[in-house]
Ligand binder design. Structure first.
Ligand code: NDP
Ligand code: PYC
Length: 335
């Protein structure tokens, strides 16, 4: 059984569920913002599905719902944000203006967030930079689920990275992908809904490839996309998101008690002003380049599925299982 919600109902429900369980108004609004964006963009794995996990991290005291992020101007091209054990979206909101200012002033700047709980897609973090005519690339790490290539023990998180590029004609192009063959959220949704997953997604507890999502989640491991090449990407994401920022590596989180909610890790965003190198013609050159992609048979730009979803979901709403709706309504103190 399913229930369809209008997008403003999603925002209201998510905000109340967080606020009702100890998040400050500001933090609840920031987290509900990324959850609502995920539903609007048809990204079910990081939308309302994540609210019970956010709430459990508040209730068990792991994440601080009243954290006030501290933004530090650490170098001409560097912004550091200490999330103070709170969620990542308020930390990103707090640091973004300084990142944009420094990038405009110097052509390039980097923002690092440490001690933050990230449980969302990455494109909402970097798309606003491309809307401000900057290029951006973002890296987030999570609790470890993926062994190093040739190993058996989880070391890397599912470690997403996202890239956003402004364009002359349309919303920014923004891709966003896990270093894992499949985001853990997708495997969890498959387990919930009784679907199998591709056998490239993970191994069972005996080390055998499996399409059974429960076998991967319960004692198995996930695999990087593209074999050893994806494992090297995951390693890079750990180094940039955690090593560079002072956040926890995925394995350090795995060694702590696991409450199943978001992981206290790190995030790194590099922003570049393309007009400094590419000149005024940059956005149109990109447009012509993108045309070469979209003119070729069934090829499309990454992110186009999400962008197309926005108009549809705005009009028709988003559909979630009734059981999830009832759970969140209970957390929110009522429907
Ligand atoms: P997908 O494999 O679904 O998609 C990855 C990217 O590929 C998207 O940009 C998608 O665009 C694009 N894409 C898909 N099909 C095509 C196609 N036919 N042609 C061109 N591009 C295509 O995502 P993942 O499962 O890897 O990740 C899902 C989400 O999980 C991400 O948002 C990620 O940030 C999040 N995540 C978060 C983590 C965290 O720690 N916070 C950890 C891991 C993942 P489109 O969306 O338009 O289909
Ligand atoms: O889907 O892999 C995932 C994930 C991990 C942390 C948040 N999302």
């Amino acid at each position: 059984m399913t229930k369809t919600l209008r997008i403003e109902e999603v925002r209201d429900l998510a905000t109340r569920a967080l606020a009702n369980n100890g998040a400050s108004d500001e933090n609840a609004a920031a987290v509900a913002g990324v959850v609502t964006s995920a539903e609007l963009n048809a990204c079910a794995s990081h939308g309302l599905f994540r609210i019970p996990g956010y709430v459990s991290s508040l209730v068990n005291g792991r994440a601080d719902g009243n954290a006030v992020p501290v933004v530090e101007d650490v170098a001409p091209g560097m912004v550091a944000v200490d999330a103070k054990g709170g969620f990542a979206p308020p930390a990103m909101r707090a640091g973004r203006a300084m990142l944009i200012e420094k990038t405009r002033a110097q052509g390039i700047a980097v923002l690092g967030i440490r001690d933050s709980y990230h449980f969302a897609a990455v494109w909402p973090d970097i798309e606003p930079l491309a809307e401000a005519d900057l290029m951006a690339i973002g890296f987030v790490n999570s609790k470890s689920y993926i062994p190093p290539w040739g190993g058996r023990t989880p070391l890397y998180g599912t470690d997403p990275m996202a890239f956003a590029c402004p364009r002359a004609d349309g919303p920014p192009m923004c891709w966003d992908q896990a270093s894992a063959a499949l985001a853990r959220g997708e495997i969890m949704l498959a387990a919930r809904d009784g679907h199998s997953v591709p056998e490239t997604a993970g191994l069972d507890s005996d080390g055998n490839p499996t399409g059974d999502p429960n076998a991967i989640l319960e004692g198995g491991v996930q695999l990087a996309f593209g074999g050893y090449k994806g494992a090297s990407i995951a390693m890079m994401v750990e180094i940039l998101a955690a090593g560079l920022t002072g956040g926890n590596f995925g394995y350090e989180v795995a060694e702590q008690n696991d409450f199943g909610g978001p992981s206290p890790c790190g995030e790194c965003v590099i922003a570049i002003d393309p007009s400094r190198l590419g000149g005024d013609g940059f956005a149109w050159r990109i447009e012509r380049f993108f045309n070469r992609i979209t003119e070729d048979h069934d090829a499309r730009l990454p992110g186009d599925r999400r962008i197309a979803a926005r108009t549809r979901v705005e009009k028709e709403g988003t559909t979630i299982p009734v059981a999830l709706y009832e759970k969140i309504a209970e957390l929110a103190g009522g429907a």
